[in-house]
Structures are given as C-alpha cells and as structure tokens.
Ligand binder design. Structure first.
Ligand SMILES: N[C@@H](CCC(=O)N[C@@H](CS)C(=O)NCC(=O)O)C(=O)O
Length: 218
C-alpha cells in the first residue's frame, strides 16, 4: 500500500482531509505547509499542484486538490463504517446537496469573502462593506441550518457524514471571526467537536495552538 500524503496544515480547509483520515483510521503523512508561507510557490510544489494551494493529496497515482474532492476520494476508497457513505443515487444526491450548500454558500461565498477583505486585505483590498454583507449572508444560511438541526442530530438522517465534517470546519471558521452561532447550531457544533478524531485532527492541523508537532501519521 502506498503512503497517503496530505499537504497543508493550519486552515479550515486543510483540517478537512486530516479529520477524515483520522475518522477512517488511515495511515498517512501530513506535510504541514502553510498557504501564505511561500511553501505553495516552490517549483516542486507547483509542479505537483499548479493551483499553488492547500490542501493537496497524493495516494499512489492519485493526485487531488480541492478539500471536498479529497474527502470524497478518501471516504469512497477507505470507508470504515464510522462515516456514512451513501450508496444509492438518491442518497448520494442528498449528501451532495448538503456538501454543495456548505461549500458554496458558507465557505466560498461567505467565509472566504470575509477572509479576502480582512486578513488578506493587502492582496484583495480592505472593505468593511463587503465583510458586513458576507457576514449577513452567512447569518441567513446559519438560520437555515438552525431550522434543520432543531430536530436532527446530524445533517443526514443516517448519522455522521461528510456534510457534518464540512459544516463544523466552517462553523469553527465563523467562530474564529467572532460570528455568533444560533444556539441550536452551537450545540450541534459542540457535540460533533467531541469526536476523538476531530480532537486529534485539530492537534495535527493546528500544532501551534496545541504546542505539538505537525506529525500527522495516524
Ligand atoms: N477550493 C479549495 C480552496 C483551497 C484554498 O484556497 N486554499 C488556501 C488556504 S485555505 C490556499 O492555499 N491559499 C493560497 C493561495 O491562494 O495562494 C479547497 O477547498 O481546497
């Protein structure tokens, strides 16, 4: 079996494949490069990933960028029953509906827009107006999630799934930006964050916060 290598640490997107690898009990190695350190710009990394972004996965002949695609690959290739893997076209579509929603509306349209015009203002320009607008948009979708989570333990009826992992990575990101979560969403987030795999992944992804070393070999 080849060594699974995951490039990237220190961001909500890099947490996703690390957390999933921990859930699946995989043996893997993390190369803890950061997004703004110059490490994604080297000729070696650029040859591997022309996008010059993290996370990135190598598993044998498979090379993948995009946090959601990497997670889908790991889950589909190494399922272990701990994370729900939909089997029918209908169940796959329902799971995908959540994944697209979380990635499209929370990650890219809200949180990353807030990041671009705050932390990354030197590159994309500072704009309080854009940040406030993106935060308002985020709130609207947190309310949608609150409605669903008021009577569901997980996003999918079948139990913990990839959409939950993606959502919690976004909720942590929102909390980092000081966003107040609706109570039912905060309770859901706290429940999921008790998973042992999440706690291990946090320590691997954010070694500086936990005083450890980014050695992701599970
Ligand atoms: N859609 C991509 C986004 C990847 C991404 O933008 N990663 C950031 C860190 S969270 C990065 O590497 N930024 C470096 C850059 O844009 O130069 C995913 O979900 O993996």
């Amino acid at each position: 079996m080849s060594t699974i290598r995951i490039w990237g640490a220190g961001t909500p997107r890099s947490l996703r494949p690390i957390w999933l690898a921990e859930e699946l009990g995989l043996k893997y190695e993390v190369m803890p490069i950061g997004p703004r350190t110059g490490e994604t710009q080297t000729p070696e990394y650029t040859r591997m990933n022309r996008k010059q972004k993290i996370p990135f996965l190598v598993d044998g002949d498979i090379r993948l960028s995009e946090s959601v695609a990497i997670c889908r690959y790991l889950l589909g290739t190494y399922p272990n029953g701990e994370v729900y893997l939909p089997a029918t076209a209908e169940a796959k579509a329902k799971e995908d509906e959540w994944c697209c929603y979380i990635f499209g509306e929370l990650d890219e349209t809200s949180l990353y827009v807030m990041r671009r015009h705050s932390d990354l203002a030197d590159i994309y320009g500072a704009s309080e107006v854009v940040i406030a607008s993106a935060a308002g948009y985020l709130k609207r979708h947190l309310d949608v999630l609150a409605q669903h989570l008021a009577n569901h333990e997980h996003l999918m009826a079948q139990g913990f799934s990839l959409p939950d992992l993606l959502l919690v990575s976004c909720l942590d990101w929102a909390l980092f930006y000081g966003v107040e979560l609706p109570p039912v969403v905060a309770q859901y987030r706290d429940r999921i964050a008790q998973r042992a795999a999440y706690e291990r992944a946090m320590q691997i992804n954010y070694p500086d916060l936990f005083g450890g070393v980014a050695n992701g070999t599970a």
